[in-house]
Design a binder for this molecule. Structure first.
Ligand code: SF4
Length: 361
């Protein structure tokens, strides 16, 4: 079924024409949806009967189940329901000169990363491109700032839903006018997907959720590492950096006593050195706690020391703060907290705060 943000401009044109509307209406509809980025109901330059017709013929794919505001209103988290009752989470983060939407590419996730609330809850289904685009536009409806950045760091592994992710990237680039540099696709290490991405026409920013610099440790956190171990992953990331002439970001969730010791920094530097300082950027994030993972974030001073050590070892490293910890902003948290039944069965209501490693800015 075609949906409001899944339909192409050609589909709107054809429908408007077959219903006897003048040609220019298609431009007006498109302008309201994608340039002014506002709800169709508020596009009062369109006749009310036309708005009603579009609402019936091109319904929204998502309904808002919950919305929370945090970080003094600069972070908003949405829990959306799909038409078949799957649930997805989206986060909007507003900073001066920047409004970033963190989108989900799947409802749930099959990757099973042990530290992640989404991974712990399992997989529901793939999202289509319209559902991904709708998250961005609906999240941006109530804020004055235009959406400047989109990051695929919400629920799901975007490269395990490659076609829909890429179709969404193309539309974010063309219909929303967001530059490639401001679109980030994050992966836990789907190597064939990274290589495919390196050959695409839009040079998006690549982020790799690394979290460990040796296979033995990474295998315990990210099951996919057994299939695509670090040498293959780094090789693919290197290929991406070379093909794009752009550095790759490596996300590293710091876990107290697990991956934050001096020897871990040395291994990390050794692993990423082949990419050179311009090819790799390490983004250190304090681990967000989740129900089923016993790890904890180290003290901030420890994370800063780790960053300093990486810098001394020749890497480009920064410490990022988590956004929205007061509203369960990391992926999988709000769905877990709300505890709405899904095809997977009732979800737990957690005592929190809980989250995964994502949703940082
Ligand atoms: S961290 Fe990402 S890839 Fe891993 S389980 Fe969570 S959502 Fe999936």
């Amino acid at each position: 079924m075609r949906t409001r943000y899944g339909a192409s401009k050609a589909e709107y044109e054809a429908w408007l024409q077959s219903n006897g509307h003048p040609r220019y209406r298609a431009e007006q509809v498109w302008d309201a949806l994608y340039h002014q980025r506002r709800p169709l109901e508020t596009a009062t330059n369109l006749p009310a009967a036309l708005r009603d017709g579009i609402s019936r013929e091109f319904p929204l794919a998502l309904t808002t189940i919950a919305e929370r505001h945090g970080d003094r209103g600069t972070t908003r988290k949405f829990l959306f329901g799909t038409r078949d009752s799957a649930q997805v989470e989206t986060v909007l983060m507003v900073s001066p000169n920047r409004a970033t939407v963190c989108v989900s590419s799947q409802a749930g996730c099959a990757m099973g990363c042990t530290f992640c609330a989404t991974g712990q809850a399992g997989f529901e289904r793939q999202l289509d491109a319209g559902e991904i685009i709708e998250q961005i536009l609906v999240a941006g409806h109530d804020v004055d700032e235009p959406i400047t950045n989109v990051v695929f760091m919400g629920m799901g592994e975007p490269l395990a839903n490659y076609d829909a992710t890429w179709a969404a990237v193309e539309r974010i680039h063309t219909d929303l006018g967001i530059s490639a540099r401001r679109i980030t696709v994050s992966t836990v290490g789907v190597v064939p997907g990274i290589r495919r991405l390196a050959r695409e026409s839009i040079p998006v920013t690549l982020a790799v959720s690394l979290h460990a610099a040796d296979d033995r440790l990474r295998n315990t956190m990210i099951p996919l590492n057994r299939r695509y171990p670090l040498t293959e992953l780094i090789d693919a990331a290197h290929e991406y950096a070379r093909a794009r002439g752009r550095r790759v970001t490596f996300e590293y969730a710091c876990i107290d006593g697990v991956n934050d010791q001096p020897e871990h920094a040395e291994r990390l530097a050794e692993l990423l050195r082949p990419l050179g300082p311009l090819g790799a950027h390490v983004n250190l994030i304090p681990l967000n706690q989740t129900h089923d993972f016993s790890g904890r974030a180290p003290a901030m001073v420890r994370i800063r020391d780790f960053a300093e050590q990486l810098t001394d070892l020749g890497l480009n490293a920064t410490v990022r703060r988590n956004r929205g910890t007061d509203i369960d902003a990391a992926c999988g948290q709000l769905r877990e907290r709300i505890g709405t039944p899904t095809p997977l069965g009732p979800l737990r209501a957690g005592p929190g705060p809980e989250s995964s490693t994502r949703m940082s800015e």
